[in-house]
Design a protein around this ligand. Sequence first.
Ligand SMILES: [Zn+2]
Length: 430
Amino acid sequence: MMLLWLLAGCREEPKIPGIDLPDVSAQNVLVLNLDTTRRDRLPFDDYTRQTLPLTGERPFSVIDGVWSGAGWTVPATSTQLSGRPVHLHHVRDDDLENGEGDLEGTLLTTHVQDLGWQAHFFGGNPYFERVAAFAESAPVTYIPDAGETSNARALAEATLTWIDSVPEDQPFLAWVQPMDAHGPWDPHPEDFGTWADVDAVPFDIQAETRDQEAAMEAELEGASADEVRQAVSDVYDEQLLDLDRALDALLTELEARGRLDHTLVVLTSDHGEQLFDSDPLGYGHLEWLTPAVTNVTLALMHPDLPEAVWPCLTSSADLAPTLLDLLDLPELPGAEGASIRQACRQVATSEFWLRTTLHRVSAVSTDGRIEADCKTGEITGFNLKTDPFNRQPLSEADTPDAALLRDGLVALRDSIEDETQERCRLDTSW
Ligand SMILES: [Zn+2]
């Protein structure tokens, strides 16, 4: 604790004012953590397709500028729940069969139970049972994603049943993480063909393996590469429609029970999905720190909150501290993140680890992003305003906020070395 206090004392004063969100008088929190949803494909970002025609119509306060601490579920969700970046919570391994995953920090679910709440995970992802820290923190209802059957609907029904069992004067936190938007994709038959051209391209790709190159080669017979890429991207959007119906049904049922007005609804995502945005063979998310994968939605709904969009650069490590601040609850022990009511960030960072090896780190500002390969030290810069999908690597001279971003990566590198002795080479002359 002393070390944490010292580190906290060394942090610079925040330079960017936070968001003037009002206090929220909610008794309960419902987190809808939509696994693998990209910020730019949701209606809150003015996406031209109505991917959430029902849920998106509700009066959300949308925070514009949220960056996930990692590109895949386990480390990213651990950051959301603990308020700590990956190198501080240490849950980064993909080898969970070996009982890896002891998290350092306090999870939001544990914290609110210590305050007398009930908490429960509803996940379509086996990690909720496998990661020791999650399973020990709160009861888990795991319902696997089963293709055409909406995972969100099954989880929503389980969530409603559980909420019905919670006395009305008993505060609760329900953390619901549906996997519908995560590949393999199987849109509901009702939605198939809404945007994807079913005649032009074979569609087995959404049920294919993670072997992207093999999948692409198989699908390329009879269709151009661009047609296949567009079709995969269209199928992803179609998948969101059934997710939307399930979310809307859950919110409508809570409304009918008179419980929605007492509940802070949090619509967010652990990470997004690469749909060939910066790599012609790339779909998936694990190893990417690009905007398609790490820029996520955060939308809050409660009668005390206005329907509005709030620009604020922030990290998913700030999620739990923000929720506790809104509800005027004690701070989360060990959290490195801070409430967005206190400050927005100048720089947000993300990390890509495999097992215990750090491969890449990324830093973003409101205008630019840089990413470093930890083995070679090579740094690449991008302009987020003119090149939102980071297709065009830039020199330091052409990268907006280059000096600020480099300082952010150096601070992250030093912090990682202090914590884990893991080195990340950085070309600091960049
Ligand atoms: Zn995920």
